[in-house]
Design a protein around this ligand. Structure first.
Ligand code: PLP
Length: 361
C-alpha cells in the first residue's frame, strides 16, 4: 500500500455500482427481469444499421454528431444545436456534475433516486444531498426546502426508477421556478417514452434557462448494450457540456444505430403499447396475490412485500426457477422487488412463480 498515492476527496465514498443479476450458477432457461431492458431488443432497422457499420470500423467517427442530433431533433420537434449525445445518459450525468459541481457544491436528488446521481456528484468532489420522497413520489416542496446557495444541480427522474411514479408538468414547472438562481434542474427521462403522449417536459425546458433533460437509448429502444444517450437544454448549458465531452465519445456504430432507431418510431409505439398491456396485467396479478404496487409509468413494477425478509425469500424462490428480478435495498426499499415487464410468457412465468411462493408460505 502506497500511502502517498491517494485519489481526490470523495472518490473513496463511492459505493461500487452493482447491476442487475444476469446469470445463476447451474440454472438454464433464465429470464432476466432485473435491468429494465426491452424484451424484444432493438428495431430491425437499428440492427441493419449495426451490420452496415462494420464497413466503417477503420474510420474515426464524427465529432459533432450532426446526423444523430438532426434525427433526434426532427423526431421530437427540437433545435438540433441544443442536443448533446453521450455514451448512455450516464455519461451526460457525469458531464453535468463535472462541469457544474465541485468541492463545497451540493447536488440534490431524491431518496429513492437513481444511484448514478450520487456517484457522479462524489466523483466531481461535490456533496450529495438526498431528499425524502412522499409515498415513493418526488416531493417538490421537500426539494425546494433542501436547496440553498451551494445547490448547483437537482436531479429528478420523471418517471422515476425504481418507484415507477411521476409528477405532473405543473409540479416540474413549480420546481424549476422555485430553485435558487445558480441551480440547474435535470429531468432524467430514461423512461419518458413509456408514457403515452409525454415529451419528457419539453415545454418546461423551452420556457426557461435552467432546465435540461436527459434521455436514453437503453430502455424502450432496446440498446442498453451499445451505450447511447442524449440531452436537450438551453444553448448556454449544452455549449458547456460540449467542452467536457471527449470529441470521439461515440463510435460510428453507436451514432448510426441510434439514428436508425430514433427514426423508427412505429417500433417504439408498438413496444409502448405492449409494455402497457403486460404491465397492467402483471400489476393486477400481483395485487390479487396481496402484493401492492404504485401505478407504474415505466417498464417495471415495484412490488411491495410485507417485510424485507419476505421480499428476499421471494427473490431466492424466483432465482431457483431462473427468474431474475432486482433487489432494491440500495435504493432504500428493502421490502420491495423491482420486476421488469418482459414479454407475455415471462410475465406469466413470474406471476405464476410468485403465486407458488405465496401458496407455499
Ligand atoms: C437506466 C437509467 C438511465 C440510463 O442509463 P444509460 O446510461 O442511458 O444506459 C438513466 N436514468 C435512470 C433513472 C435509469 O433508470
Amino acid at each position: 500500500m502506497n500511502e502517498a498515492i491517494r485519489p481526490q476527496p470523495g472518490i473513496m465514498d463511492i459505493a461500487l455500482y452493482v447491476g442487475g443479476k444476469a446469470a445463476i450458477a447451474g440454472v438454464t432457461n433464465i429470464v432476466k427481469l432485473s435491468s429494465n431492458e426491452n424484451p424484444f431488443g432493438p428495431s430491425d432497422r437499428a440492427k441493419e444499421a449495426f451490420q452496415r457499420s462494420v464497413h466503417q470500423l477503420h474510420r474515426y467517427p464524427s465529432t459533432d454528431h450532426a446526423a444523430l442530433r438532426t434525427a433526434i431533433a426532427e423526431v421530437h420537434g427540437m433545435d438540433p444545436a441544443r442536443v448533446i449525445c453521450g455514451a448512455g445518459s450516464d455519461e451526460i450525468i457525469t458531464f453535468l456534475c463535472q462541469a457544474y459541481a465541485g468541492p463545497k457544491d451540493e447536488v440534490v436528488f431524491t431518496e429513492h433516486g437513481f444511484l448514478m446521481y450520487r456517484i457522479s456528484a462524489l466523483a466531481a468532489g461535490a456533496t450529495p444531498v438526498e431528499v425524502a420522497e412522499r409515498d415513493r413520489t418526488t416531493d417538490v416542496d421537500a426539494i425546494l426546502k433542501a436547496c440553498n446557495r451551494r445547490t448547483k444541480l437537482v436531479f429528478i427522474a420523471n418517471p422515476n426508477n425504481p418507484t415507477g411514479t411521476m409528477i405532473s408538468a405543473a409540479e416540474v414547472a413549480r420546481l424549476a421556478d422555485g430553485l435558487p438562481p445558480q441551480a440547474i434542474l435535470v429531468l432524467d427521462g430514461a423512461y419518458a417514452e413509456f408514457v403515452e403522449g409525454f415529451d419528457g417536459g419539453l415545454a418546461v425546458i423551452e420556457a426557461r434557462s435552467n432546465v435540461v433533460m436527459t434521455r436514453s437509448f437503453s430502455k424502450i429502444y432496446g440498446l442498453g448494450g451499445l451505450r447511447i444517450g442524449w440531452a436537450y437544454g438551453p444553448q448556454q448549458i449544452i455549449e458547456v457540456l460540449n467542452r467536457v465531452r471527449g470529441p470521439f465519445n461515440l463510435s460510428n456504430t453507436q451514432l448510426e444505430v441510434a439514428e436508425a432507431a430514433v427514426r423508427d418510431q412505429d417500433y417504439i409505439a408498438r413496444c409502448r403499447t405492449d409494455n402497457a398491456r403486460m404491465r397492467h396485467w402483471l400489476a393486477l396479478a400481483l395485487a390479487e396475490l396481496g402484493i401492492p404496487s404504485d401505478t407504474s409509468m415505466t417498464n417495471f413494477i415495484l412490488a411491495r412485500f410485507s417485510s424485507q425478509e419476505e421480499a428476499e425469500e421471494c427473490d431466492v424462490f424466483l432465482q431457483k426457477q431462473g427468474l431474475l428480478v432486482r433487489r432494491v435495498a440500495s435504493y432504500k426499499l428493502p421490502h420491495c422487488l423491482r420486476i421488469t415487464i418482459g414479454d407475455e410468457s415471462s410475465c406469466r412465468r413470474v406471476a405464476h412463480a410468485i403465486a407458488q411462493f405465496k401458496g407455499a408460505k
